[in-house]
Design a binder for this molecule. Structure first.
Ligand code: RB5
Length: 146
């Protein structure tokens, strides 16, 4: 079985946490697709949300992770793309519910607001929880893509 590719991108504020998440993805048997940024030099978070949107659009990955300082800017940028449902999560409960109710395909994290352990737990909840499905959730999620 081939490892699932998970796209991952950040701005400078999320760079260090991105590296930690990337290592965990690798350890857990995923294939991270690192779309940058590649260092702590200042960059613009919308550019990295756009890179991740392109990767999900053209099928290089089905799910992704975005990191900026707060997670806010990069999740706003991600959600301008209709095929992305990016959820800014701070804990395992928000990540679990983002999957169960919203079928989120992108996890956004705020590196300046979340500790490393909490970020890793949040990532795990995001990756291991399925969409609940069912008529009401499917109807609502369907409306997001219209
Ligand atoms: C960068 O300084 C910071 O503004 C950015 O990482 C993010 O927090 C924006 O929402």
């Amino acid at each position: 079985m081939t490892a699932e590719t998970i796209a991952i991108a950040s701005d400078h504020a999320g760079f260090a946490l991105k590296q930690v998440l990337k290592d965990r993805l690798q350890k857990d048997g995923f294939q991270p697709l690192d779309l940058g940024t590649d260092g702590p030099q200042s960059v613009d978070y919308p550019d990295f949300a756009d890179k991740l949107a392109a990767a999900l659009k053209d099928g290089r990955a089905r799910r992704g992770v975005l990191v900026c300082g707060t997670g806010i800017g990069i999740s706003i940028a991600a959600n301008r793309h209709r095929h992305l449902r990016a959820a800014l999560c701070h804990d395992t409960s928000s990540a679990r519910l983002a999957r169960q109710h919203n079928d989120a395909n992108v996890l956004a994290l705020g590196a300046r607001l979340i500790g490393e352990e909490a970020a890793l737990d949040t990532l795990q909840a995001f990756l291991t929880t399925g969409f609940d499905g069912g008529e009401r959730h499917e109807r609502r999620v369907g409306k997001l893509g219209q």
